[in-house]
Design a protein around this ligand. Structure first.
Ligand code: PGA
Length: 273
């Protein structure tokens, strides 16, 4: 069995409303693509995958994402847990990123986002979000190394959830991020700051930096589910998977990760075929 076979073999048969397609990427790899007619369908399917991983291994290690895209997944996961179809009480999770500088209890922090959308609503084992606290550079660097070490100690990430930004970023790895990058302080691109500005009451108040897991960290996850919803994502999804992989478009590196699958609604998939 090749790595690809073993990766795809663990993708449960999708429910009604989802089409499963194999996409040949620019790198020549075959990528499973699950397309739902709407956002709710793909969220339900991704939540089911997460629940399954947690069922197979009670203390599964999940890589979690923020942004508007995964909110529906967390809603679906909370419903699955409430009905007894998902048990996350022993799950461990590591989030991709946090703004910098950012206090954990700030209303705009990703700590707050995750508590509100998931961790305060469902029994959860252990969760981790990178610290965005304003501290001396050497303390931040030590903290980033500790975050990486904690992922390793947990046994590595079983399943990583990703969105994709307008720049093709995954986490806050903007174009030009190194393939082997690790959790670190990063600069946000102008486009990413513009997209975030509404959450901060304007561009002036929007942070210029973040702490983000690296591309090397993400690419070590055993399975990766990248989600995209809406017509505004169609162009970047096409470029990421149908143009040759390059660090200028970080999501394109997933073409060479044999455990990657895409979960798209029809609008986000509309430029692929
Ligand atoms: P979004 O962000 O889910 O809010 O579109 C995606 C991302 O930037 O990764």
């Amino acid at each position: 069995m090749t790595a690809f076979d073993s990766a795809t073999a663990s993708v449960e048969t999708p429910m009604n409303g989802i089409s499963a397609i194999t996409l040949e990427t620019a790198a020549g790899t075959l990528l499973p693509v699950f397309i739902g007619s709407n956002y709710a369908d793909i969220c339900g399917e991704v939540a089911r995958q997460i629940a399954r991983v947690a069922r197979e291994r009670r203390n599964a290690v999940l890589g979690l994402a923020t942004g508007s895209t995964p909110i529906g997944v967390y809603d679906a996961l909370i419903r699955l847990a409430a009905s007894g179809a998902a048990d996350l009480s022993a799950a461990r999770s590591f989030n991709l990123d946090e703004y910098y500088p950012m206090e954990a209890d700030s209303p705009q922090s990703y700590h707050t986002f995750m508590r509100r959308h998931l961790f305060d609503q469902v029994p959860w084992g252990h969760w981790h979000v990178p610290s965005g606290r304003n501290r001396p550079r050497e303390i931040i660097e030590a903290d980033c190394r500790a975050y990486e070490a904690a992922i390793q100690t947990a046994g590595g990430i079983d399943l990583q959830l990703l969105g994709i930004g307008r720049t093709g970023h995954i986490g806050f790895n903007e174009p030009g991020s190194a393939r082997d990058s690790r959790t670190r302080l990063v600069d946000l691109s102008a486009a990413t700051r513009e997209d975030a500005a509404q959450n901060f009451g304007g561009l002036e108040q929007t942070p210029h930096q973040a702490v983000s897991m690296g591309l090397g960290t993400i690419l070590e996850a055993r399975r990766i589910l990248l989600m995209a919803s809406g017509a505004s994502k169609a162009g970047i999804v096409r470029r990421a998977f149908l143009e040759p992989p390059t660090t200028d478009l970080p999501a394109s590196l997933l073409q060479q990760h044999p455990g990657t699958a895409l979960y798209l609604d029809t609008a986000a998939a509309s430029d692929l075929f």
